[in-house]
Design a binder for this molecule. Structure first.
Ligand SMILES: [Zn+2]
Length: 170
């Protein structure tokens, strides 16, 4: 397994609508493993394939990381099939380091997709887990969390991000 480079939000791959995965092959298994490794290395709770430069519909999520128990979920071609109620909570993104904002999301979602064995998966998530799924699945549509905010707030966060990026490069 290897740690991949996480693309930041200025990379056009983060604006791509990702392709449906037709074939679950060895490359996809390796990519999934590397994405999990990358997510752990960055202490994130989720990662979408286009964040590591691959515009395919694959996400990994693991909320167990903070309790030091790894329970990674790998979902191929995920879709939200039902959603209920709303929540507002803080969100960040590994592609937009050190920038956080309150984002409105569904409180409960039902997610369907396929696992690495090609088997159908269906799961229900709520709270922070539901938030993580919605965030990662937005990536597959080329969306970033600040797209959910008003323009004034978004522009403010963009300026903050550019400042942080500049500091990181110095
Ligand atoms: Zn993100």
């Amino acid at each position: 397994m290897s740690v991949l480079t996480i693309k930041n939000c200025l990379d056009p791959v983060l604006r791509k609508k990702c392709d449906l995965i037709q074939d679950i092959n060895e490359n996809l298994v390796t990519l999934s493993e590397d994405m999990i490794e990358t997510m752990y290395a960055a202490t994130g709770v989720g990662l979408a394939a286009n964040q590591v430069g691959i515009a395919s519909r694959l996400i990994v999520v693991d909320l167990g990381f903070k309790e030091e128990k790894h329970e990674p979920l790998i979902i191929v071609n995920p879709v939200i099939t039902a959603s209920e109620e709303e929540q507002i909570g803080q969100e960040g993104c590994l592609s937009i380091p050190e920038v956080y904002a309150d984002v409105k999301r569904f409180q409960q979602v039902e997610v369907k997709g396929v696992d690495l064995n090609g088997k159908d998966v269906r799961l229900e998530a709520e709270g922070f887990m539901a938030r993580a799924f919605q965030h990662e699945m937005d990536h597959l549509e080329g969306k970033l969390f600040w797209d959910m905010l008003g323009k004034v707030k978004r522009d403010m966060l963009k300026r903050k991000f550019k400042k942080i990026l500049k500091e990181m490069q110095e």
